[in-house]
Write a protein that binds this ligand. Sequence first.
Ligand code: UDP
Ligand code: MG
Length: 304
Amino acid sequence: MQTIDIIVPVYNEEACLNQTIERLLNLKEKFKGKLSVSYIFVNDGSKDKSAQILEEFAKKDKSVKVINFSRNFGHQMAITAGLDYSKADYSAIIDADLQDPPELIYDMYEKSLEGFDIVYGKRLKRESETAFKKLSAWGFYRVLKSLCNIEIPTDTGDFRLITKNVREAFNKMREKHRFIRAMVPWTGFKSAPVYFNRSERFAGETKYPLSKMLKLAFDGIFSFSFKPVDLIFVLSAVLFLTSLVILGFGIFDGFEEEFLICFTVFLVGAINLLALGILGQYIGRIYDETRNRPLYIVKNSINL
Ligand code: UDP
Ligand code: MG
């Protein structure tokens, strides 16, 4: 029989985990006679009881596999580790907080049988997420789409099912700054969406504070696009033209001298810093790549 690994990144999810694992285990029944189901929980350095809960389930059921990281390496690294360890015909990725309905993985599998190697969950509604999160996510996916040359589906997270072919291609990509929802389509395999309404977190708080959201957004933009560098050229042209205009005004002495000096110093200063910041983003990424550190460190594993 063919197999599927369900990969679940876990960070301080003690409030959800029991419920999530129960719901995921029910999938075995749904896939009966079609796919044999295993689970790879990647505990991303949780400080709460997540590790103990996972261990208990793993002791009772050999299909529950656990990878414990030595510390918190982040959501994208947890998914990467799960995909590295997955050996099944299909791999599915799902969050631990039941915002993504586990049962949809079955629909993804059925869709893949129509000849798709990537089936991703596309969000229709986002229940009870803050207006800020909804607006920033809406804007971000659209900005990213205009910046990058690859087709990144909008309103789509990492909740998806991929075939072994896609996984093997993906696992060859070892870049340090990872934006998985764009790296998967980069592989070029045929993809299709299944739609769902994103519900509330079952329990607990989001593990994605603004700082982590910004890091992910920056990885999406700077790891997939050189357009910000083009922006520097555009800005320098705008600045040059502005300086000509200021010069013109200066000649006719229409403005006070202090105003002109102040305005010019601030404008040039700000644009210079922006340009340096943009270049810095790329240089930092080059630095991280050359150091060639491992993407994550596994402390121990269970049933693997
Ligand atoms: N997560 C993780 N490492 C982190 C942050 C989050 O493994 O550093 C996991 C988390 O346990 C959850 C998933 O990534 O399974 C998505 O996180 P969350 O639900 O908090 O994000 P949101 O849905 O609020 O964007
Ligand atoms: Mg969530």
